[in-house]
Design a protein around this ligand. Structure first.
Ligand SMILES: *[C@@H]1O[C@H](CO)[C@@H](O)[C@H](O)[C@H]1NC(C)=O
Ligand SMILES: *[C@@H]1O[C@H](CO)[C@@H](O)[C@H](O)[C@H]1NC(C)=O
Ligand SMILES: *[C@@H]1O[C@H](CO)[C@@H](O)[C@H](O)[C@H]1NC(C)=O
Length: 538
């Protein structure tokens, strides 16, 4: 007995020293998710939705950092299906990322079990279907990771918390939307906006005088949103797993794929108040409302709705620059991104990615550095692992924009494990962009207008830039990020705006070294699905 305690203590110390936690102590959470079609009417019109265990939106995952998450996904749709875990870093195991570059899709009427650790992450995330246009029908939900009891958070424990999933929405069936894209047409503006699947009825009740954490994600597919609460201010505490400087805002812009957590103190007179989300940079502006109810209130929320910012790119860019990292706050693990002193690290490589619209075979496509991504039948990760030739070629995409006509291809950027890389997202279009990287948080060091030039490096925030997984790029502008490539694997770098993603605005980053070691990457999971050239011939 004594020995066991000693051993336990000893292992604990070892774990701390080496930076590798012993998993056995971390709890397991099991989920069985049945994915079905069902009729939903979020905008008052019955339509086919994608439900998880009968729910739209799907259930929220609530867990504690480092817990092992086991999700058995049973696909009862008539199409192959995958879920991706937006912002969950899947450390050393891109096998669990749930995108077509890493996983074969789960065929209809079968199931596949994801196994991963929500490792060293605390914060607000979400999940959604990555296949086809499924997410335009639902299948998304919140994914909240709380701190372990030994980790302190840089704000008083809130009296409660709410998860708000804001999504733009089409009344049109997702397969019809997909046919539109397949035939070379862009999608129109969505028909409406939803908060937790409802256009105006979601209600969140709290006690007067108490403080609540609102976790807000933009799980839409097309439009940036602005979020605000009548008569209340929002104290920003967290963005996609990073504790921010706690600035107070009247309203916050949240772009497609992004998440924030804010504290709201119920210090108004006891009644109902409107919670408002409205689209940004669209004509017309779409609005969803929900209700913040003071417990016991019988006074309805009163018009007018609090007004949001009008079409102002500069307002949004200025606000974005105020979202910064709290350097003294605890993180889920020390030095999550390799170092807090990212500003002093030598950049090993600069990659400039320019999005463009293109016509290929007479149809609308979106391209990055003139390559419009198409998923090969064989997931890139399987091709890489089994050395299957002819699936991808590291020379397809270049590090800088090329001005030739766009072509289809399976773009993979080859990088070396632990490289420190600067990525410039150059947007020469008039539409706002939203770029997401799986497996990582990147430091957002700058936003600007026009064409990026090396001169702009002088204006980078090299001190307290926020690390996050999704960054907006303003119309005719650029955003610069820096990332320490410390997570080996095959990682999707994509437009979070789904019609662009579906028509080719994505690529993969292969983070690699030749050393085969479980310390840098896990083995292929025993239940891995095989497809394309990776399918064993019978
Ligand atoms: C499918 O579900 C069953 C349990 O119902 C489970 O035993 C099996 O491992 C799952 N298959 C995969 C590939 O995860
Ligand atoms: C930063 O975090 C510390 C806790 O480590 C907290 O006391 C402080 O208020 C935070 N500062 C700001 C500006 O949010
Ligand atoms: C940006 O677009 C303009 C107009 O289409 C074009 O003339 C210019 O070459 C583009 N610049 C870059 C860097 O793509």
């Amino acid at each position: 007995m004594k020995q066991a305690i000693f051993l336990h203590f000893f292992l604990g110390v070892l774990a701390c020293l080496s930076g590798f936690w012993v998993n056995a102590e971390d709890a397991y959470r099991y989920f069985t998710w049945e994915v079905t079609y069902g009729t939903i009417s979020p905008l008052g019109v019955p339509q086919q939705g994608i439900l998880i265990n009968g729910l739209f939106p799907g259930p929220n995952v609530e867990c504690v950092t480092n817990e092992n998450i086991i999700v058995n996904v049973i696909n009862k749709l008539d199409e192959p299906f995958l879920i991706t875990w937006n912002g969950i870093q899947q450390r050393k195991t891109s096998w669990q990322d749930g995108v077509l570059g890493t996983n074969c899709p789960i065929p209809p009427n079968s199931n596949w079990t994801y196994k991963f650790q929500a490792k060293d992450q605390i914060g607000t995330y979400n999940y959604f279907p990555s296949t086809k246009l499924h997410r335009a029908a639902g299948g998304f939900g919140g994914f909240n990771i709380a701190q372990r009891s030994v980790i302190s958070i840089p704000y008083p424990q809130p009296d409660g918390e709410f998860t708000l999933l804001v999504a733009d929405w089409y009344k049109t069936n997702f397969k019809v939307l997909q046919q539109k894209l397949d035939s070379g047409n862009p999608l129109p503006l969505p028909d409406g906006l939803l908060i937790n699947g409802l256009n105006q009825a979601a209600t969140f009740t709290g006690e007067p005088g108490k403080t609540y954490k609102f976790r807000v994600s933009n799980v839409g597919i097309a439009t940036s949103i602005n979020f605000r609460i009548q008569g209340h201010v929002l104290k920003l505490i967290e963005v996609e797993g990073a504790h921010t400087l706690q600035e107070t805002y009247e309203s916050l812009d949240i772009h497609v794929g992004q998440s924030v957590a804010v504290l709201v103190t119920l210090n108004g007179s006891p009644k109902d108040y409107f919670i408002v989300a409205s689209t940004r940079f669209t004509k017309p502006i779409l609005t969803a409302t929900a209700i913040l109810r003071y417990a016991g209130s019988s006074i309805a929320a009163s018009q007018p709705l609090p007004i949001g910012p009008t079409y102002q790119i500069h307002w949004s860019m200025k606000q974005a620059r105020t979202i910064r990292l709290n350097l003294t706050a605890n993180a889920a693990r020390p030095n999550p991104q390799g170092s807090f002193h990212y500003g002093t690290i030598q950049v090993a490589r600069t990659i400039i990615l320019e999005n463009t619209q293109a016509k290929i075979n007479g149809k609308l496509r979106y391209a990055v550095n003139s390559i419009s991504y198409e998923d090969p039948d064989t997931p890139l990760k399987l091709a890489d692992w089994f050395n299957i030739p002819g699936v991808f070629d590291l020379n397809t995409i270049k590090d800088k924009p090329t001005f030739g006509p766009a072509i289809l291809g399976a773009s993979v950027i080859g990088t070396t494990l632990h490289d420190f890389v600067e990525i410039i997202f150059q947007n020469n279009e008039t539409a706002i962009q939203s770029w997401h990287l799986d497996g990582y948080s990147f430091f957002v060091v700058g936003y600007g207008s026009g064409l990026w030039t090396p001169e702009f490096r002088k204006r980078y925030n090299l001190n307290d830039a926020i690390p996050r997984h999704t960054v907006q790029v303003y119309p005719s502008g650029w955003s610069a990020v820096m990332v320490s490539l410390d997570n080996k694997g095959m990682w999707n770098l994509r437009s979070a705006i789904w019609s662009r993603n579906y028509l080719g605005q994505q690529l993969y980053v292969r983070v690699w070294n030749n050393e085969k070691s479980l310390f840098t990457e896990t083995d292929i999971p025993p239940n891995a699905l095989f497809c394309g050239k990776a399918k064993p011939s019978s």
